[in-house]
Design a protein around this ligand. Structure first.
Ligand code: GLN
Ligand code: ZN
Length: 768
């Protein structure tokens, strides 16, 4: 029979209980015992949800208090000495690696290990950090075994999830000052996996899911060649170990399929058939005569209801070739990247809510698909009909299809992507209107979001103050911020963004085509969750979104005022996108809406406009080649479409929260933004060399100080930093600004830091 399985379940709980418990533990408000109890309760609850949904193969060890990769770091003893020397309890050591620990009274002060994005998702994992003479040691009473036993005691036989040895190492790095190539440690690591697998088998595990997601990358030969020997070894354990299901997700594995061929001892291969359904035939072709295909047909990365008809067809294709016993129906990836349950959404539009499916609902979908294939459609007729109706309703809904938006998209021309004149002409025009000094100073947009701002916004949301009262309050905030910037003698001012809660949600709430959940939280890192807005239909802008505040701000100062917008790619990447039209289409719709806003700002007398695109890089497809070039093309096009409607004298800025552009510099250059402000204070100034090498003519403001810390940089420090930048950038090209927005800072340090920044700029101005 076809079995149903889930690769992993969200950890936070229906009401983010895990977040609350861990944060309470960190704040010393609950004991370690309470935290562990809450973890246990959540695991059990999640197993039972999946069991009740009818899932045959339920995962364990997918739960983590902070991050599953960090679990493996501790599991294999890849713990740098700085975390072991203070005799912390295991869980405190674990959190210290995840988030750093500062307890001066106990003499503990360690930063966290590096955390980076998990593939192309918004989840972040902790990087395994290895020493040159790395010694691995399997933890006593390993967590995967504990969790398996815990479930078993509750009457549920689970399939433990492990991150595979090749991915674990390939996703790691050498520690500071070390030179080890992590993959070279594979042979030393493998015996620990063997030991662990044996322990799992002894505890009663029949199968284990072993994730090797790096198989979707373009792999270095060393990594690619590591697979075969590693899995020959693990496979040779035979009955002493559980059967192995190698899982991949977020891409296709056709280009790496040869490493999985002829590994007869692997029980099953899991592939993501939501992202890449077309890989099914090649993957089936590569399976040995006994091997099982785990077909990931329910999207683990998005919130849309599964199209049963399509999913069932795909599974049937596999069944025809392999037979029912050799097919498993599954989520495409772990469901970690979807919100917990739709049940708690009470305010969603009744039409739209019927199109969504969160983790709890997705588990049920998987079970239904398996049943349909096993017993025939009649067994689940009602569900299939309801699903078909919902698909039909969504496809034909007015919310999904806005004819006016489609028509406008058809009228987009290539000229609409180009500014009227090349940069030198624009610069001359801008010089006339803006009259900026050399080394102009500015900030990235937001100023401290004080407690008062949050209180007033809350009152307004709850209806405790009127729209006029709130507006008055915002105006007063803008006045204060403008006055402070004038006193600081900054050159290009901003209104401070006091009216914005979040840089994507604020725009989503003002655009047609977006929907918002009340409780659709998704883990981003550690205890941190985000609640992405959902693009439900064609996007358009019913009315101006930011003009009122920016126009007001511009009216109360003689200095140039910079309008502040979030770019199309960032709006898209930090939302759940539609799955029924290509993302390039959605980006173009967003771009058109923003284009109108940009033009409206200009008409309102705002002649500097910044369009933030921090998410541009994270949207880069995982593999190089056509997919990546295509993405960069439409991403750049959407920025240009959004920003090219203005006159030459209007200055377009863009902002990025990093300065590693080497891999796609041509795209950054192609944005044709007059001024780029980028993070640089925490990175090497050498990264600016690309601008020099590529003879980049436009203006750049590399951040001169870190805004993530309350620390005030001295004037001298900033001067030194500028001096370094001048090795790569021409004086007439250089803007002086902080790394990013100041919303998380306090006023005190903000004023002090900006005073030093302006003085440093003035010093250089006097030198040239
Ligand atoms: N304009 C935004 C701000 O200053 C930019 C934030 C960001 O880059 N993440 O807050
Ligand atoms: Zn930033």
């Amino acid at each position: 029979m076809v079995q149903s399985s889930v690769l992993g379940f969200p950890r936070m709980g229906a009401n983010r209980e895990l977040k609350k418990a861990t944060e309470a533990y960190w704040a010393d408000k609950i004991s370690q015992e309470d935290l562990l109890k809450e973890g246990k309760r959540l695991r059990l609850e999640h197993w039972n949800i999946q069991k009740d949904a009818g899932i045959d193969i339920i995962p364990s060890n997918d739960f983590a208090y902070y991050d599953h990769v960090l679990d493996h770091i501790q599991l294999f003893g890849v713990v740098p000495e700085r975390y072991t020397k203070n005799n912390l309890s295991p869980i405190d050591q674990y959190f210290a690696m995840g988030r750093g620990l500062q307890k001066p009274e106990q003499g503990v002060d360690v930063p966290s290990l590096e955390m980076v994005k998990w593939f192309d998702s918004n989840y972040h994992y902790v990087k395994p950090t290895l020493q040159d003479n790395q010694v691995f040691k399997l933890a006593e009473n390993p967590k995967p075994v504990q969790d398996f036993k815990e479930a078993k005691e509750a009457g549920i036989t689970t399939r433990p999830v492990l991150l595979g040895p090749v991915s674990f190492l390939a996703l790691g790095k050498a520690d500071r000052g070390q030179t080890i190539e992590p993959i070279s440690a594979l042979e030393k690591l493998l015996p620990l996996y063997e030991d662990l697998l044996k322990q799992l088998k002894a505890a009663g595990a029949e199968t284990v899911q072993i994730d090797e997601p790096v198989l979707v990358f373009d792999l270095q030969d060393k990594v690619k060649n590591a697979f075969k020997p590693a899995y020959e070894k693990l496979g040779s354990l035979g009955d002493a170990a559980p059967k192995l299901v190698v899982a991949t997700y977020f891409g296709d594995i056709v280009h790496n399929i040869d490493v999985l061929k002829n590994l007869e001892n692997l029980y099953a291969i899991h592939v993501d058939l939501v992202r890449n359904p077309e890989q099914i035939s090649e993957v089936i072709g590569a399976l040995g005569p006994q091997q099982v295909l785990s077909a990931g047909v329910v999207d683990g990365r998005n919130i849309w209801k599964t199209n049963f008809k399509k999913a069932i067809e795909l599974v049937e294709t596999a069944v025809q070739k392999l037979g029912k016993d050799r097919v498993i129906v599954s989520s495409s990836s772990s469901l970690l990247h979807t919100p917990h349950s739709l049940d708690s959404e009470k305010k969603l539009d009744a039409e739209v809510v019927n199109w969504f499916s969160f983790a709890v609902q997705k588990a049920t979908e998987i079970a239904i698909i398996a049943k349909a294939v096993n017993e025939g459609p009649a067994a689940v007729r009602e569900q299939l009909e309801a699903n078909a109706q919902s698909m039909q309703a969504r496809a034909s809904s007015k919310q999904t299809n806005d004819q006016a938006v489609k028509e406008r998209q058809q009228q987009v021309t290539s000229e609409m992507h180009n500014r009227k004149s090349p940069f030198p002409t624009r610069l001359a025009e801008q010089g006339k209107t803006l009259k900026l000094p050399l080394f102009p100073t500015t900030t990235i947009g937001s100023f401290p979001q004080t407690k008062d701002i949050r209180i007033q916004r809350n009152k307004f949301t709850k209806g405790e103050i009127t729209a006029e009262e709130y507006e008055k309050f915002i105006e007063k905030e803008i006045q204060d911020v403008v006055k402070i910037q004038e006193e600081l003698d900054l050159d290009v001012l901003v209104h401070g963004e006091p009216e914005r809660n979040d840089m994507v949600q604020y725009f989503g709430e003002r655009l047609k085509g977006y929907s918002f959940t009340q409780n659709g939280w998704v883990q981003s890192y550690g205890s941190r969750c985000v609640r992405p807005p959902i693009v439900v239909g064609d996007i358009s802008r019913p009315a101006a979104m930011t003009v009122k505040e920016s126009k007001y701000a511009a009216s109360i100062t003689k200095k140039p005022m910079k309008g502040m917008l979030t770019g199309p790619i960032t709006c898209l990447r930090w939302s759940f996108p539609r799955d029924d039209v290509h993302q390039s289409v959605q980006a173009q719709q967003l771009a058109l809406a923003l284009r109108d806003e940009v033009v409206d700002l200009e008409s309102a007398g705002v002649y500097v406009i910044q369009v933030d695109e921090p998410a541009l890089r994270e949207g880069l497809p995982l593999r190089s080649g056509k997919e990546r070039t295509d993405y960069l093309k439409w991403a750049v096009d959407s920025f240009r479409l959004a920003t090219s409607g203005v006159q030459d004298g209007t200055q377009i800025h863009s902002h990025f929260c990093y300065s590693e552009f080497q891999d796609f510099f041509y795209a950054i250059a192609a944005l044709d933004a007059d001024v780029l402000s980028i993070e640089n204070s925490k990175s090497d100034a050498k990264l600016l060399k690309v601008f020099e090498d590529e003879a980049y003519p436009r203006h750049i403001g590399p951040g001169v100080y870190d805004i993530h810390s309350p620390r005030v940089p001295s004037e001298q420090e900033i001067k030194d930093r500028i001096k370094e930048m001048l090795q790569y950038l021409k004086p007439e090209q250089l803007w002086i600004d902080p790394d990013c927005g100041l919303k998380t800072r306090q006023w005190k340090e903000t004023k002090a830091a900006l005073t030093n920044m302006v003085n440093a700029a003035k010093f250089y101005r006097s030198q040239y």
